[in-house]
Write a protein that binds this ligand. Structure first.
Ligand code: UT7
Length: 328
């Protein structure tokens, strides 16, 4: 049975905090070098939220820009979904804070799927629009992940940055839009990337804080291998749904964790590196904000053009992964 409506991204926005933390700055904080960071990750600098900026504060300007580009006002929205693993607080959700700041009056909720958060949220928004239940949904990927970084752990602190991206998902007017989505998870591998404490398993205590359990823990090399394999499979999966081939993709927009991962995914897919959008050098890994900000930049700079087939693909803690095939 075909769905009554197709969903399309009709407006995009992005915001990164002003403060830039360079590799040279990190050299003064932990035992690392610009050379190590650049050659192992491709990252040169990342943006860090100011002390008074929480996740919904980063989400606000990105959302306002996306709404403006879609030609909508906050009152037109039927739903707000914020993908984040670093919400303002456990509850209320960052989406509720954002709804109030925007002056919207629709439903609002957060989704947590770590770095795959935007892929998950986009797929949910697509389903709501496809079913005819909602006309306009604001989908945001926003993180102040810097608050959950152990700034003495060189294995993780050089990798992440803060930022927010937003997309308005509406009914397609010309048949273009999201053609297929695919989501996956493997909860058995949860220990590879996690923040162990702060939830009901290990509530905050003097001991959990002393043991740095409220910070991101990562088994980098294991994650690297699974990320490459899984993102490759997810891209094949969404293409299969629409009987398309790798050569049909004009632009691949992967989660920006490490440029070596992105190049390895491109090699396995046999897609030319020029077709893979990379901005990890300027932002680091912004978790759920990464793919949407990359899409925003690809559209803004004309890399993605009307009629192009674009694939978004993400991978992160959970483990989780997801991909979307879009006819732009
Ligand atoms: O967003 C979700 C998805 N995230 C990912 O997919 C991240 C996946 N993993 C990675 O991107 C990479 O594994 C890292 C960038 C995290 C690490 O790169 P690696 O090439 O896998 O390095 P490694 O962890 O195997 O470490 C190699 C060496 C170690 O030293 P020894 O044991 O060989 O003496 C580390 O202690 O590099 C050392 N090292 C550093 N040296 C300088 C680790 N971090 C640093 C650092 N500066 N910042």
């Amino acid at each position: 049975m075909t769905a009554p409506y197709r969903a399309a991204i009709t407006g995009l926005g992005a915001y990164v905090p002003e403060k830039i933390l360079t590799n040279a700055d990190l050299e003064k904080m932990v035992e690392t070098t610009d050379e190590w960071i650049r050659t192992r990750t491709g990252i040169r600098e990342r943006h860090i939220a100011a002390a008074d900026q929480a996740t919904s504060d980063l989400a606000l300007p990105a959302s306002q820009e996306a709404l403006k580009n879609a030609g909508l006002t906050p009152k037109d929205l039927d739903l707000i979904i914020v993908a984040t693993t670093s919400p303002d607080m456990f509850f209320p959700s960052a989406a509720c804070f954002l709804q109030a700041k925007l002056g919207a009056s629709c439903g609002a909720f957060d989704m947590a799927a770590a770095c795959s958060g935007f892929a998950y949220a986009l797929s949910v928004a697509e389903s709501f629009v496809k079913s005819g239940l909602h006309k306009h949904i604001l989908v945001v990927g926003a993180e102040t992940i810097s608050r959950f970084i152990n700034w003495t752990d060189r294995g993780t602190c050089v990798l992440f940055g803060d930022g927010a991206g937003a997309a308005v998902v509406s009914r397609s007017k010309d048949g273009h839009g999201i053609l297929a989505s695919y989501l996956g998870a493997d909860g058995r591998e949860s220990e590879i990337l996690q923040i162990p404490a702060g939830g009901s398993r290990i509530p905050p205590s003097a001991e959990s804080i002393a043991n740095n359990l409220h910070y991101i823990r990562m088994q980098g090399p294991e994650l690297f291998k699974i990320a490459v394999k899984t993102m490759e499979q997810a891209v094949h999966k969404v293409l299969e749904y629409e009987h398309l081939k790798i050569k049909d993709i004009s632009c691949l927009i992967p989660h920006q964790a490490n440029d070596r991962i992105l190049r390895a995914v491109a090699d396995r897919l046999k897609i030319p590196h020029e077709k893979v959008f990379i901005n990890v050098d300027r932002y680091g890994n912004m978790s759920s904000a990464s793919t949407v900000i990359a899409l925003y930049e690809a559209v803004k700079t004309g890399v993605v053009k009307k009629g192009d087939y674009v694939v978004l693909v993400a991978f992160g803690g959970g483990l989780t992964w997801g991909a979307s095939l879009i006819k732009w």
